[in-house]
Design a protein around this ligand. Structure first.
Ligand code: F0G
Length: 468
């Protein structure tokens, strides 16, 4: 069969509240044109993030029921620990309430002022946690990852030649660890090849530097390796995952992504003395080492989710649905980061709206218009999120790319939902020349995209053919 179906049936549903274009125009204005300030029940299709938004399976809900809430030594912890040990091959497993807590514990144990932490591209919380220790977060994306229009099978790779130079100059004294994010979220959800993981691993070993993987979307990355890298077509996903992590000294994980859970994460390694120090920090802010800020039921849901995410029928459907969205809008003329990533499609707003200059925030226009058009919530990944502002003069510099991320929650939307997304995006595309830009009227000094308030620099039309 050529048709790829959702490999599940739906037994419990969440109604979507329909809204009209007129209603959405009012709601968007009330939210100061920032989708983070909308109420989620005013959103028809929520593509803000794939994090913590997965639908859990019947087996996961059964795990929730089985969760043992003992403070210390819960069997739920041991089931969670066994799943992580078996899948990733690390002995020391420290549960945390989400990915960034694992990052904070790892970096505050290993890093200090003057240190440098290289990565293919640090996610924003990873960068912030590195920098909170006084160290510098250094992005070394591969050259093929920087041009949205040019397809390449492994745009998430690290520039290993540059890493070699950085290690030559600063390792091991100033480089406490090297990170590699799979898939590379900030760089378009693009995968990292096994060859690149191996090269980074060898370079780190030569220089005596620990090598960690940010594992959030490890299963999607492993499936891309199976599909695209020579020698892996016949290998199973668990085998590919074991090989990938055998090249690393440890990992941080947000179980809100490929853990198929709504909350949770962990920090893992084979270093017992390091784990002992990390557990001391864990106890300070997260909790006792057999629950680490999670309920026993969450540990159960993650233990089941980590196994389910490795199923090939699931991964085939997952990548097919993201690819379907990307290919359909690209065929309609919408410029996207090519090829579509594992968890999201990234619209290239700079090319979609060439008449809107970067400092007039073309990504914000796309985000506002998609909500007006179809009640779709997306996120700007451009100058609003990554632009910089001189604290003295207030002068703004644009980000390197103006992207809008359409992140698909796992197992939540069906193909007709995706068809609706395509229709709404193409409707907006047809009237793109009539739109203008936005300006920020209120913002915080850090992570401004979450709370900023905006004003349109053009007259918004009440448009939208769909949703009520
Ligand atoms: N690393 C990567 C690559 C991520 O994408 C995220 C979260 C984290 C670490 C932090 O994990 O949220 O559990 O603390 N990404 C979400 C997103 C928020 O929307 O991409 P967390």
């Amino acid at each position: 069969m050529k048709t790829i179906i959702e490999p599940f049936r739906i037994r419990s549903v969440e109604p979507i509240r329909m809204t009209t274009p007129t209603e959405r125009a009012r709601l968007l204005e009330e939210a100061s044109y920032n989708p983070f300030l909308l109420r989620s029940d005013d959103v028809l299709l929520d593509l803000l993030t794939d994090s913590g938004t997965s639908a859990m399976s019947a087996a996961q809900w059964a795990g929730i029921q089985r969760g043992d809430e003992s403070y210390a030594g819960s069997p739920s912890f041991y089931r969670f620990e066994a799943a992580v040990q078996e899948i990733f091959g690390f002995e020391q497993v420290i549960p945390t309430h989400q990915g960034r807590a694992a990052e904070r514990i790892l970096f505050s144990t290993l890093c200090g002022p003057g240190d440098i932490v290289p990565s293919n591209t640090h996610f924003d919380t990873t960068r912030a946690n590195v920098e909170a220790t006084g160290a510098r977060a250094l992005d070394l994306p591969s050259p093929q990852g920087l041009d949205p229009a040019v397809p390449h099978p492994f745009k998430g790779d690290m520039d290993a030649d540059r890493l070699a130079e950085v290690l030559e100059e600063h390792a091991p004294d100033r480089i406490p660890l090297v990170m590699l994010t799979v898939t590379n979220n900030t760089g378009g959800g693009q995968p990292v090849s096994m060859a690149n993981v191996r090269r980074v691993s060898e370079l780190c070993a030569q220089h005596g530097v620990p090598f960690y993987i940010d594992a959030c979307r490890f299963a999607e990355n492993a499936y891309f390796i199976k599909l695209r890298e020579e020698g892996y077509a016949e290998r199973s996903i668990p085998e590919i995952v074991r090989e990938l992590f055998s090249l690393a000294d440890g990992c941080t994980m947000s179980a809100k992504k490929d853990g198929l859970a709504n909350i949770g994460g962990f920090l893992a390694s084979n270093d017992e003395s390091l784990a002992r120090k990390e557990k001391n920090l864990l106890i300070l802010t997260e909790g006792f080492p057999t629950y680490g800020g999670l309920a026993g039921r969450d540990l159960e849901a993650i233990a089941v989710g980590l196994r389910e995410v490795l199923e090939e029928d699931y991964l085939e459907y997952r990548l097919a649905s993201v690819r379907y969205l990307g290919e359909r809008i690209a065929a309609g003329g919408v410029p996207i980061m090519q090829p579509p990533g594992g968890h999201a499609v990234y619209i290239d707003a700079a090319r979609l709206l060439p008449h809107v200059p970067p400092l007039e925030l073309p990504g914000q226009t796309v985000v506002a218009e998609l909500y007006l058009e179809g009640g779709i919530r997306a996120v700007e990944v451009g100058t609003v999120m990554f632009g910089t502002r001189d604290s003295e003069t207030g002068e703004e510099s644009p980000a390197a790319m103006e992207l809008v991320r359409l992140a698909l929650p796992r197992r939540v939307y069906t193909q007709s939902h995706v068809d609706y997304m395509v229709e709404a995006i193409l409707n907006f595309h047809a009237r793109r020349e009539s739109v203008g830009g936005f300006r920020i009227v209120e913002q915080e000094p850090v992570l401004r995209h979450f709370t900023a308030r905006f004003e349109p620099l053009y007259e918004l039309a009440v448009s939208g053919t769909s949703g009520g």
